[in-house]
Design a protein around this ligand. Structure first.
Ligand SMILES: [Zn+2]
Length: 417
């Protein structure tokens, strides 16, 4: 125990304080380490951060520290109060290992927060014999510090996307930086409204917003409106990934509708189990699935026609020139409008309406692969799924910043693993 004190005084020291004495708690489950002010060291006023004359001392408090050797560890300290001239008040002192309100030490919060990035919050709490709420506190502390200290710098490209959380169509708006050298989550907003997305621009300020060169988004009207307003100079690109996703959704609606109708009319269920055959790219199918797909394509079905239209559309992405891509797009839309397949026609109408934004993808010389946004969004979904405990917006927001924000971390006097 004496050696423990020596080690701590060497490796995790705080100016103005010393570790004095370590002992087992009466139930032998934890180690308690007494901390004392160094002789002659003045207490610091928590309000103005200046040294101030002492006033009195409060009862001893326990601060949870990083566990050693399977024992919980607490620092015991009696906070001093100072009679601060500057503040003209009696104020509790500031201590370097904790932030006053919380019972976890800063070192322990950083330690827990790092584990909470690899494990779920629940698993982290179990592994270190603490509670989910304390893991929450730890992540909140680290994320809050990170957001206050992050450098936004110049942002060339952003991608905005929505993600569904909880049941009953609750959405978040996520804004990513998708520069070639930096990809990170910049902002999380509640809902996917004009107001929520505007919140992002309030946070970054007009100067940074005015220098954004590329904006990537889906066809969600409120986002389009805010982008027109706030980034009028930027090249706005409709995300390839979202267009493909919409197309797949339309195809799936056609298939489901037709399968239902065929079942009602007592026809052979040729569309049964065809969903993934139709949605996957043909090159990703196994040989046996490929044969089944060929077989299916011989039928004269609306689903088959919709499938062929969807497949033909993929050719769009091979073009380099915006002009040729535009011609192809127009021709494709013309064909679809004659198809009498309503879900596909709806897509074609929407593509026509957003023609210029789609062609911006080619004008940007495909520099921005929408794969980046898709990748980040998948990570966000994994983060969300990883913990069953994110029942509130606040917890989910913290978890997303924590895992995708690439935020700076508070410095620790010693690097604990
Ligand atoms: Zn003061």
């Amino acid at each position: 125990m004496l050696q423990l004190i020596t080690i701590l005084n060497q490796c995790h020291r705080f100016p103005g304080f010393v570790y004095r004495q370590a002992r087992f708690s009466s139930d032998h489950k934890s180690i308690e380490i007494a901390v004392r002010p160094r002789k002659g060291a003045k207490a610091i006023c928590a309000r103005c951060h200046q040294p101030a004359p002492g006033y009195d001392q409060l009862a001893e408090r326990r601060f949870e520290f990083i566990p050693f050797w399977g024992f919980l560890v607490f620092l015991l300290y009696s906070m001093r109060r100072v009679d601060c001239r500057g503040c003209q008040a009696v104020v509790v002192e500031e201590v370097p290992w904790a932030d006053g309100k919380r019972t976890l030490t800063k070192a322990y919060m950083l330690f827990l927060a790092r584990w909470a990035r690899r494990l779920s919050w629940k698993e982290t709490a179990e592994a270190f014999r603490t509670s989910w709420d304390k893991v929450f506190d730890a992540v909140e502390h680290v994320v809050t510090w990170g957001l206050e200290h992050r450098v936004l710098g110049q942002i060339d490209a952003i991608g905005v996307d929505e993600i569904q959380y909880a049941k009953g169509h609750k959405y978040l708006t996520l804004v990513y930086q998708i520069d070639l050298d930096v990809t990170r989550l910049l902002w999380v907003g509640k809902e996917r409204t004009i107001e929520s997305f505007q919140g992002f621009f309030t946070v970054i300020g007009e100067e940074i917003a005015s220098k954004i060169v590329f904006v990537c988004s889906d066809m969600w009207e409120p986002y389009l409106k805010v982008i027109r307003e706030k980034c009028s100079e930027a090249l706005h690109i409709l995300d390839r990934f979202h267009i493909v996703a919409k197309m797949n959704k339309a195809l799936d609606d056609v298939r489901a509708g037709e399968a239902r109708r065929m079942a009602q009319e007592g026809l052979a269920p040729v569309l049964k189990k065809s969903r993934w055959l139709l949605l996957k790219r043909e090159e990703n199918l196994k040989t046996e699935q490929r044969f089944r797909l060929r077989d299916l394509l011989r039928y004269n079905l609306r689903t088959v026609r919709a499938y062929l239209l969807k497949e033909a559309f993929q050719q769009l992405w091979d073009y380099d020139s915006p002009a040729w891509a535009g011609k192809f797009l127009d021709e494709w839309c013309r064909q679809v409008m004659r198809s009498r397949i309503e879900p596909m026609k709806k897509i074609a109408r929407s593509l026509r309406q957003h023609r210029e934004l789609i062609l911006n993808y080619f004008r940007a010389q495909k520099l921005l692969s929408s794969g980046v946004v898709e990748g980040l969004n998948n990570k966000a979904k994994v983060t969300m799924r990883k913990s069953y405990g994110f029942r509130t917006f606040r917890a989910l927001e913290l978890a997303l910043y924590h895992s995708l924000g690439k935020l700076p971390e508070p410095e620790s006097t010693h690097e604990f693993f």
